[in-house]
Design a binder for this molecule. Structure first.
Ligand code: 13P
Ligand code: MG
Ligand code: MG
Length: 394
């Protein structure tokens, strides 16, 4: 049967700052999800949080962008918002940017990632005798936080030896989105390994270009990954919170194995986001349902894995990949990298450049100062360029 995995994620309020949602909020969303399963809208559902973001992970047969499912998640986020308001929590309803979504939560604030595939888990199914997938959720991060690790996992045999196997030897297609083009989804398909350097030329810019999805070149039509690559800043027109992307990544068999996909996360690579969405800090892998209480809103990423039964059930078979002592060393490394960066305070690489500063207040401060600049009389500035008021540089 055609089966879809959907993740809809939103920050609708958190305790004592941008930390985590309350237990009441989570219980409310869990209750809604169970009802949606018993009413037959969903095959199964799993609710979790990463920092202050609540993720609803669902399996169903309705395909991506199905209005009733998006509306269900929206209504559930609204109920959690009301609880956040009742208890005076911070940022109640933060990611719900429109009054009512027009059938699809894409562009309405919540993060969306969806994958549809033929689900027929039998021994004779050579491509997918069993369906397993993982869900990544990151908090205090820019939209391209997965650019580097997912590229390495799907395109570099230094991280994924499986790329040398017949099932993957032709490589993967990266569907790259230009998140600054707000007139619609502006997409470019690039193949790895052929377009290796072209892909990196785009993906190095985590704030503008993101991986939207990854598809197999050996097994055409098989989507390996879907990522919620969008900029909240461009949706809302101003800073309302960081993008905090989620991703669904199918694994094993015709796709890389979890251990291959997760090995790049051992870098604890630097990402934009953190305090006030305006700094640069390393990404720390953490167990699911971790609150953000680290120094300077240290960015975190969770990764849980699932197996999907023939009937589309998965929530009884969950594994928490980063909840393992093996990742303690990476956490320590992330903290060391964080100390090094925070030693630098506001200088240079420690903060995002002017064009990316998320708090419009920072930009206002700089712009107001730029208006006060004047060319010194004793200098030789002549001509039209010298008379122009200086502008903030990107
Ligand atoms: P969130 O996007 O996770 O709400 O964090 C916002 C922020 O500015 C933290 O300092
Ligand atoms: Mg928040
Ligand atoms: Mg968040």
């Amino acid at each position: 049967m055609k089966t879809t995995i959907s993740i809809l994620k939103a920050d609708v309020g958190s305790i004592g700052g941008h930390t985590r949602p309350s237990a009441r909020m989570i219980a409310s969303v869990e209750n809604d999800a169970q009802q949606a399963v018993s009413q037959g809208l969903l095959l199964d559902a799993y609710v979790s949080h990463t920092g202050d973001d609540i993720a609803i992970i669902m399996s169903h047969t309705h395909g991506p962008n199905y209005e009733e499912i998006h509306q269900f998640a929206w209504d559930s986020f609204i109920r959690a918002t009301n609880i956040a308001r009742d208890y005076g929590l911070y940022g109640a309803g933060q990611d719900l940017l429109v009054d009512a979504p027009s059938g699809n939560l894409r562009g309405a604030g919540p993060a969306v990632a969806e994958v549809e595939f033929d689900h027929d888990p039998v021994k004779t199914n050579r491509g997918r005798p069993a369906e397993s997938f993982m869900v990544l959720a990151a908090d205090k991060c820019g939209p391209g936080a997965y650019n580097l690790p997912l590229f390495l996992g799907f395109a570099d045999p230094m991280y994924c030896a499986g790329l040398m196997l017949p099932n993957m030897i032709k490589g993967f297609t990266f569907h790259v989105i230009d998140m600054d083009n707000t007139s619609g989804d502006s997409m470019l398909e690039l193949n790895a390994p052929d377009d290796y350097y072209h892909i990196t030329a785009l993906l190095r810019d985590n704030e503008r270009f993101g991986i939207d999805s990854i598809t197999s070149r050996t097994h055409e039509g098989q989507m390996a990954a879907a990522i919620s690559a969008q900029r909240l800043h461009n949706v809302a027109g101003t800073y309302t919170g960081k993008d905090d992307p989620v991703a669904i990544v199918r694994n094993q068999g015709i796709f890389p194995a979890p251990e291959e996909l997760l090995s790049p996360f051992a870098k604890a690579h630097y990402v934009g986001g953190d305090a006030r969405g305006s700094h640069v800090m390393p990404l720390m892998p953490v167990p699911i349902n971790t609150a953000v209480t680290g120094m300077y809103c240290l960015p975190i990423v969770s990764c849980i894995g699932f197996s999907l039964s023939t009937e589309g059930k998965f929530s009884d078979s969950m594994v928490d990949f980063f909840d393992n002592p093996a990742w303690d060393e990476v956490r320590r490394k992330a903290q060391e990298k964080a100390f090094a960066m925070r030693d630098q305070g506001w200088s240079g690489a420690a903060m995002l450049p002017y064009t990316e500063l998320e708090y419009s207040g920072f930009r206002t401060t700089v712009t107001n100062l730029m208006e006060r600049f004047a060319v010194r009389e004793s200098t030789n500035g002549t001509g039209p360029a010298a008379e122009k008021t200086a502008q903030p540089s990107g």
